[in-house]
Design a protein around this ligand. Structure first.
Ligand SMILES: [Zn+2]
Length: 148
């Protein structure tokens, strides 16, 4: 099975291929949208992007928790040294790959719920999904106006 990231990149590839066959006016019509998608795509799928996303997300959640914007702690374990509770990426993730499997594995071994990790991953996947939907719309527009 392809990961959401791979599915997204596959979709992007078919849009790029379609661009070659579409009329110039059709390409022009989707140009701005495609540019904005590409920027986000780079941001979300480039090497190490998920790790960066996680670090940002955890930091932001820590800030929101401190301010009282969210009532749930980042992790409900009792460990005052818990990286998540302190608002940093757990040491286990500081090197090597990080994906939903390694998150699951970490949470299995961690005493608390590590809520912020699951939330971050959910948000990340949702953003990938939204980007894929936007690509699908662009793809359809190109096909409809393509020179087939
Ligand atoms: Zn914890």
């Amino acid at each position: 099975m392809h990961s959401p990231r791979e599915q997204l990149l596959d979709k992007y590839e078919s849009v790029e291929n379609e661009e070659w066959m579409a009329e110039p006016e059709a390409v022009e019509a989707v140009e701005d949208e495609l540019e904005s998608i590409e920027a986000e795509l780079m941001d979300l799928t480039s090497h190490g992007a998920f790790r960066k996303y996680l670090v940002r997300y955890i930091k932001e959640e820590k800030r929101r928790y401190k301010q009282g914007d969210v009532s749930e702690p980042l992790c409900d374990c009792g460990d005052i040294y818990c990286d998540l509770r302190r608002g940093t990426l757990p040491a286990a993730f500081r090197s090597g790959g990080i994906d939903s499997d390694s998150i699951d594995e970490f949470l299995l071994q961690h005493e608390g719920d590590g809520r912020v990790l699951t939330d971050a991953h959910k948000h990340y996947s949702k953003q990938l999904g939204e980007l894929k939907t936007r690509l699908r719309v662009v793809h359809r527009k190109l096909i409809e106006n393509g020179d087939h």
